[in-house]
Ligand binder design. Structure first.
Ligand SMILES: Nc1ncnc2c1ncn2[C@@H]1O[C@H](COP(=O)(O)OP(=O)(O)OP(=O)(O)O)[C@@H](O)[C@H]1O
Ligand SMILES: [Mg+2]
Ligand SMILES: [Zn+2]
Length: 224
């Protein structure tokens, strides 16, 4: 069915009374914010549960990364709401008309390890090129998940993160990373990444594991 607002042109022209007009995206055709979140790669599980300030207050003064402070590190224990917070900042960015991408790093590492046909080296290179110059807000979720478990797993992730983080920081491209590690400890894994994290905004989430909290509420007959 053809859109009645723009007749299928996808743009509408506003006239200001003179011969000058300005074109803008047709509001009736604009994909919904949830569709854009999905297209940006936000997992459905995270999409389904937006940040709720009653569960946990919004961290004081926290804003999306900016040109002046392009890197934001969100860190804290499992279930503390890191991915939810990152997705919420991404949503604000999309709502403001920006582009965004949400990448679950362990899944990408798995995908490259299990790929047939192309070499791991080529795939890792493609991903690196793709992510480092993405011209919008990039979320790298769950960095260094396997650190400490298996040192050999640093093989893929570390060069990827180093290139992407330093390239983007140098060009003021906004990036959010989430991880369980204390950023001060990242210095030991990669001085290059750790130093950039510590020199930029680090947001700690140190509340309770919200998955466990919800399970307790449900067990005691509460909602959600
Ligand atoms: N402020 C919040 N509002 C609503 N739900 C929340 C909030 N914080 C956490 N949760 C809920 O708690 C659960 C865990 O949150 P989330 O997945 O964001 O944690 P995480 O820190 O990324 O955990 P992990 O390190 O295991 O990835 C989710 O079900 C999420 O919806
Ligand atoms: Mg998470
Ligand atoms: Zn339209």
């Amino acid at each position: 069915m053809t859109c009645e607002t723009c007749n299928g042109f996808r743009f509408v022209v506003k006239r200001d009374g003179t011969n000058n007009g300005s074109a803008s995206r047709c509001p009736a055709c604009l994909p919904s914010i949830d569709e854009r979140m999905k297209a940006a790669g936000v997992p459905p599980r995270i999409l389904a549960e937006p940040w709720n300030s009653e569960v946990q207050p919004w961290p004081e003064g926290l804003q999306r990364p900016s040109e002046a402070m392009p890197l934001l590190t969100i860190w804290g224990p499992t279930g503390s709401g890191k991915s939810t917070l990152a997705a919420s900042l991404l949503r604000q960015h999309l709502e403001a008309g920006g582009r965004g991408r949400f990448v679950h790093v362990p899944s990408e590492v798995e995908r490259i390890r299990n790929a047939y046909g192309k070499s791991e080296h080529d795939l890792a290179g493609e991903l690196r090129e793709d992510l480092r110059s993405f011209p919008g807000l990039l979320v790298l979720d769950e960095l260094f998940q396997e650190e400490g478990l298996a040192r050999e797993s640093r093989g893929f992730e570390l060069p990827l993160v180093q290139t992407v983080v330093s390239f983007r920081e140098g060009r003021c491209l906004p990036t959010i990373v989430t991880m369980m590690l204390d950023p001060a400890l990242v210095i030991a894994i990669s001085p290059m990444v750790g130093s950039r994290m510590l020199g930029s905004k680090c947001q700690e989430l140190n509340g309770a594991d919200q998955r466990v909290e919800r399970a307790i509420r449900m067990a005691s007959g509460g909602a959600r």
